[in-house]
Design a protein around this ligand. Structure first.
Ligand SMILES: [Zn+2]
Length: 161
């Protein structure tokens, strides 16, 4: 016979699952404590941090936007949410992929002078003025996500053999 404690645990687990299904939002991690799900480097710089959440509610953490996009391209996962940090206000999350998100849309800037962890030079901004200013200052460009993905595919075609 199942004990009352057992049912309590099952009920709590179900509630946890349900609440996870309803709230799709990034979770906070401590810098220097988690490895990137794509390249296994330690995530140390919040300005470039990215995070994905699968349709089943699994969170994946990345040290860079380039790693999140590369993972997304290879994962075969549908309906993922991807969030990235605002480079100029790292406490602010932005949406890179998710139609139902409550976060501002990420505007991507690419410049070789943005020293992102994997060297692709990609940062995100929540404010178009900030993005344009950074692109101008760093001799870079504001780019669409599709342009960035095309760039990454070319850039890493040799490295990821
Ligand atoms: Zn990485």
């Amino acid at each position: 016979m199942f004990s009352r404690a057992f049912f309590r645990i099952v009920t709590l687990a179900l509630l946890a699952l349900l609440s996870q299904a309803c709230t799709r939002k990034p979770e906070e991690i401590a810098m220097g404590s988690v490895k990137c799900s794509h390249c296994s480097m330690i995530i140390q710089d919040a300005r470039f941090e990215a995070q994905a959440m699968t349709s089943r509610g699994r969170h994946l953490h990345f040290d860079s936007i380039e790693c999140a996009l590369s993972w997304a391209a290879q994962s075969g996962e549908n309906e993922v949410s991807i969030w990235v940090r605002d480079f100029s206000r790292p406490e602010q999350w932005l949406t890179l992929e998710d139609q139902s998100s409550n976060y501002p849309t990420a505007i991507l800037v690419r410049s070789p002078r943005l020293r992102s962890p994997m060297g692709a030079g990609i940062a995100a901004f929540g404010n178009p003025t900030d993005a344009k200013e950074a692109a101008g200052r760093l001799s870079g460009n504001v780019e669409e996500k599709s342009q960035i993905i095309t760039f990454l595919k070319k850039e890493w075609a040799g490295a990821n053999r």
